[in-house]
Design a protein around this ligand. Structure first.
Ligand SMILES: NC(=O)c1ccc[n+]([C@@H]2O[C@H](COP(=O)([O-])OP(=O)(O)OC[C@H]3O[C@@H](n4cnc5c(N)ncnc54)[C@H](OP(=O)(O)O)[C@@H]3O)[C@@H](O)[C@H]2O)c1
Length: 267
């Protein structure tokens, strides 16, 4: 089936990477359910851009830390589209909701991280499957550096949540393989026009300089469009044999050796 006959739900697509995914799919003609939590204005702007790209869609709202709200969101998607071909779990709460080191993180912050990622994916996939036919695509947006390292201490909640999310990707991939549905995770590197732009200016510049001077071999940060293009590739019929994988989409940043300065590695 061509992408222009398909329907997608992308959580957290009011802005940031989710918006990039929505626009990349819209460019291929996919009808998109734009999900937001509080920022309806941004979601409406994304829907406007989806229409500018020649496609169409609807807005849906939910707090992804609340399973009942997720179920309700899927009800709205079913009412609007009648079916679903692509589900992308991308939403993530604002950083203060979970950003604390191991000795300080509150149980509420821990739950916000785990509930928004692993539990939201568990509930979301179970809601998506009855709406999906053979050839469906399920994708989770992860941050695999944070799920396998311990350096950025206040990331402990989200790193643990992403690790659980990645594990679920593998389990669900097996669960639905016989139905011809694939389940994969995309792990972007640092991306412009996203949560990055909410960091203090100095932190943003340090990150851009670090990647620009070689930590990302391609010499720049990613864009929401880069990530959207990768999601689109995975939604193509040609990607039907790839499932249960965590794919880095980061211009090569994950290939670098953290024990050696980039200047030496790049020769
Ligand atoms: N940015 C990066 O450099 C980077 C790198 C690697 C991985 N990632 C991953 O990519 C994904 C998107 O990141 P981003 O930086 O693009 O996000 P972002 O710009 O901070 O946008 C967050 C999105 O999540 C929604 N959201 C916030 N709280 C929510 C809640 N409680 N329930 C449901 N939705 C909620 C927001 O909706 P409203 O607009 O309504 O508030 C918004 O659409 C995340 O999973 C993140 O871990 C990001």
């Amino acid at each position: 089936m061509a992408l222009d006959e398909k329907f997608a739900l992308i959580t957290g697509s009011s802005r940031g990477i989710g918006r990039g995914i929505a626009l990349a799919l819209a460019q291929e003609g996919v009808k998109v359910a734009i999900h937001y939590y509080q920022n309806e204005t941004a979601a409406k702007a994304t829907l406007g851009q989806v229409r500018d790209h020649g496609s169409d869609g609807v807005l849906v709202q939910a707090d992804c830390t609340r399973p009942n709200a997720i179920t309700e969101m899927f009800r709205s998607v079913k009412a609007a589209f009648g079916k679903l071909d692509i589900f992308v779990s991308n939403a993530r709460p604002e950083v203060p909701a979970f950003f604390q080191p191991p000795l300080d993180i509150t149980l509420e912050q821990w739950d916000a991280a785990l509930d928004s990622q692993a539990k939201a994916f568990l509930v979301g996939v179970r809601e998506a499957l009855p709406l999906m036919d053979h050839g469906g695509r399920i994708l989770a947006i992860t941050y695999a550096q944070g799920s396998r390292t311990g350096g950025v201490q206040p990331w402990v909640g989200m790193g643990s949540a992403k690790a659980a999310l990645e594990s679920l990707v593998r389990y669900f991939a097996v669960t639905v393989a016989s139905r011809g549905i694939t389940v994969n995770a995309i792990s972007p590197g640092w991306t412009e026009d996203s949560v990055l732009n909410t960091l203090p200016d100095q932190a943003q510049q340090l990150i851009r300089n670090w990647h620009g001077r070689g930590w990302t071999p391609m010499g720049r940060l990613g864009t929401p469009e880069d990530v959207g293009n990768v999601v689109t590739l995975f939604c193509s019929e040609k990607a039907q044999w790839i499932t249960g994988q965590i794919i880095y989409a980061d211009g090569g940043a994950s290939l670098m050796n953290p024990e050696v300065p980039p200047e030496i590695q790049l020769g």
